[in-house]
Write a protein that binds this ligand. Structure first.
Ligand code: SF4
Ligand code: SF4
Length: 257
């Protein structure tokens, strides 16, 4: 039976407080939760060697962006604080802020004033991962840059290192600012950093990220290492750009402008 030291001590402690005998403790141990390694992966889970996203900005309106932001923030219990201390996983900016390296005075008015959808780029060389002292932020084998909130000590080194403003800090308890709490996703606490996770919890259930699902085809998500994937096909047939490519973080979010 797989059980870690902490779970063992908890069960023994409960038995002692409840005045249960050795047999009851053994019974509780028998019913203890199984380890992750003992659970078979969901056969429906979506997997990839390297997840990536293409944002076809030609297909997205302001209303589309709003719908995607709402869908993401609702299912992930992202608080709506409404001040400079706001928390965001996905948001919009105008072209000159999203792509400062590509800005020039002849960019068309349409592009200049269009809202560009921004999120964590799940960079191949993530600066945030390099600076995190506790490994609270780490890169998965499938390319997703992930957070373990329990390890986060709130030092904010990752926020300073990320050149894309993709991370938010919980200056206070975010829970009072969650409009309608979803029981399916954990809430966070004061003093931790959070960001987009490419909806790992949905991928495990065989679902596309929430923003992709409501994008009406404006967002394409798939395996960058698979030459036959839709993301590769779209990148092959369209000119795309990435945010601040000369910083060397190798973003995995591509934009067709
Ligand atoms: S966009 Fe920022 S937070 Fe996301 S992986 Fe890159 S450096 Fe890290
Ligand atoms: S704030 Fe948390 S995730 Fe960011 S560098 Fe510090 S410990 Fe790591």
């Amino acid at each position: 039976m797989g059980i870690n030291r902490r779970e063992f001590l908890k069960i023994v402690g409960i038995s002692a407080v409840a005045g249960l005998g050795g047999t009851s403790a053994v019974e509780l141990l028998r019913r203890a939760p199984v380890e992750a390694s003992q659970v078979s992966p969901n056969p429906k889970a979506l997997t990839a060697k390297r997840w990536a996203m293409v944002i076809d900005t030609r297909k997205l309106t302001e209303a589309d962006c709003k719908r995607m932001i709402e869908a993401c923030h609702r299912i992930h219990n992202v608080p709506d604080i409404g001040t400079k201390q706001d928390v965001k996983w996905i948001w919009t900016e105008e072209y000159e802020h999203a792509f400062p390296d590509d800005m020039n005075k002849f960019v068309s008015d349409e592009v200049k004033h269009k809202p560009f959808l921004l999120l964590c780029n799940h960079c191949d060389e993530p600066a945030c991962v390099r600076v995190c002292p506790t490994k609270a932020t780490y890169k998965r084998a499938d390319g997703i840059v992930m957070m373990d909130m329990h390890r986060c000590i709130g030092c904010r080194f990752c926020m300073a290192a990320c050149p894309f403003g993709a991370r938010s800090f919980n200056f206070g308890d975010p829970r009072p600012y969650i409009k309608e709490e979803s029981r399916k996703y954990p809430t966070r606490m004061r003093g931790v950093v959070e960001k987009c996770t490419f909806c790992t919890e949905r991928l495990e259930e065989g679902l596309m990220p929430a923003c992709v699902e409501v994008s009406n085809g404006g967002l394409i998500f798939g395996d960058l290492d698979d030459p036959n994937s839709e993301v590769r096909q779209v990148l092959r047939s369209n000119y795309s750009i990435r945010r601040k490519p000369n910083l060397g973080t190798q973003p995995c979010v591509y934009y067709i402008v």
